[in-house]
Write a protein that binds this ligand. Structure first.
Ligand SMILES: [Zn+2]
Length: 438
């Protein structure tokens, strides 16, 4: 076959400028050095990929960091950068398995977009990385599509007083002169947007000593007491969600509380990041603790194949809030569903949940109506079948990518009752259907 250039766009229906074509990344090995005071990040990314067909050149998504050297298969390659993309022309076309080594450096800045600035972000005293949906290239060259999952190894050297938490297992830590090198491995397939680095003056706490899933936290020491109260039921939330959704999909979970305010907490692989404003010593934000934990099943293990299907992430995470409320003795999921239905009923809605449009991806309507869709389905098929179906859905698609169409077909496979009209009314039409009652 004649080598051809790989596509410089993806097939994602909402964010085609992110992601590339012609190859699949299987592993990223990032070796980085970060200076807090000067906000300077430098290092090397070794990207192991498989070309679908012989490629004369290919692209990776890359933010504002400057690339100084690229090698493919160990040989120097030509490269150029334009906003958002690194184009690589290897000395010889690549075919099958190939390895690209990219050296780069600069001051990392978040990537601006319609949702604000996303990605590598300097805090008052540290770093927070929250990349959904377009921030990953702010700190490493990648194929930035949710479906492009790969394994990772991340090594970061940073000044010693700081704790560096990366999504993954800590496999090594080495002290140098004034710096510490932290090595993390993430073996499960992970979307680039779900990789995260958190750097701060954190105390590491075991959230649930002796739990089957290791649950830890990185917290500014002065917030420790309030945090201990607010996250005191974390083990119970984990047990409850495992009961509803099946086994937690990763080996560990770490909660990071940044010493800055955040609008909303954010999920990463095996991690959730909260702001100091979410810790008030009164459990005001406990519903968000359940929400972020639920994303480990819905979003992180089961990842949307295209951003269009975002309701599968947010609908389930919102429904998890309602389920946890019932478990802890608050309002039941049915009552929460009825209350939210009443609130949505008096608002005009032009959003189709199954395909809300890129500007409405994170609209609260997608979250609440996504959860209402699940509740309507539960009422329609009954509790026993609904939760058996949900656990099957999770188990059968673990660490894979999913679509809304797959979910509808999967739910239908559990019952002879036709579900098409229910899904059409809730997901495909803007008008709010009546909430079914038992
Ligand atoms: Zn969410």
């Amino acid at each position: 076959m004649t080598p051809r250039p790989g596509a410089e766009r993806s097939t994602d229906s909402y964010l085609p400028a992110h992601g590339n074509g012609g190859y699949r990344v299987v592993h990223y090995d990032l070796e980085l050095d970060y200076r807090i005071v000067s906000n300077r990040l430098g290092g090397r990314a070794v990207v192991t990929a498989v070309a679908d067909e012989p490629l004369s050149r290919f692209t990776l998504d890359m933010g504002r960091l400057r690339v100084s050297d690229v090698r493919v298969g160990g040989r120097p390659a030509r490269f150029s950068q334009r906003p958002g993309k690194l184009r690589i022309t290897p000395a010889q076309p690549v075919a099958g398995h190939f390895v690209a080594e990219i050296r780069y450096a600069g001051k990392p800045v978040p990537i601006p977009g319609r949702w604000g600035d996303i990605g590598w972000d300097e805090l008052t005293d540290g770093v927070l990385v929250a990349s959904q949906p377009i921030g990953a290239p702010s700190w490493f060259p990648c194929d930035d599509r949710p479906a492009a999952k790969a394994a990772f190894r991340v090594t970061i050297t940073a000044p010693t007083p700081y704790t560096v938490v990366v999504t993954g297992d800590l496999v090594g830590r080495r002290r140098g002169a004034g710096t510490t090198t932290w090595m993390y491995e993430r073996a499960e397939p992970t979307s680039p947007y779900l990789m995260s680095v958190q750097i701060g003056r954190y105390e590491l706490i075991d959230l649930v000593p002796g739990g089957a899933v290791r649950q830890r936290a990185a917290v500014p020491p002065r917030l420790r007491r309030r945090f201990a109260h607010d996250f005191g039921r974390h083990g119970e939330i984990m047990t409850a969600l495992e009961g509803f959704f099946g086994p937690y999909p990763f080996r560990e979970y770490v909660v990071v509380v940044a010493d800055d305010d955040l609008d909303d907490p954010v999920e990463a692989q095996g991690m959730a990041v909260f702001g100091k404003n979410h810790v008030d010593g009164r459990r005001t934000h406990e519903r968000l603790v359940a929400h972020e934990l639920a994303h480990q099943w819905f979003g992180n293990s089961l990842t949307v194949a295209d951003w269009r299907h975002i309701w599968l992430n947010e609908g389930f995470a919102t429904y998890a809030e309602w389920l946890w409320s019932g478990v802890r003795g608050g309002l039941s999921a049915a009552t929460q569903a009825a209350q939210w239905h009443a609130r949505l009923a008096i608002r005009p809605s032009a959003i189709r949940v199954a395909d809300p449009g890129v500007d409405n991806m994170f609209d609260p309507m997608v979250y609440k109506r996504g959860a209402l869709t699940l509740h309507a389905l539960r009422v329609e098929i009954g509790d026993e079948l609904f939760f058996r179906m949900v656990r099957g859905w999770v188990a059968d698609h673990q660490h894979a990518t999913v679509t809304g169409e797959q979910f509808r077909a999967y739910a239908q496979s559990y019952t002879p009752k036709p579900l098409g009209a229910l899904f059409t009314a809730w997901l495909d039409r803007p008008a709010l259907p009546p909430l079914p009652r038992r």
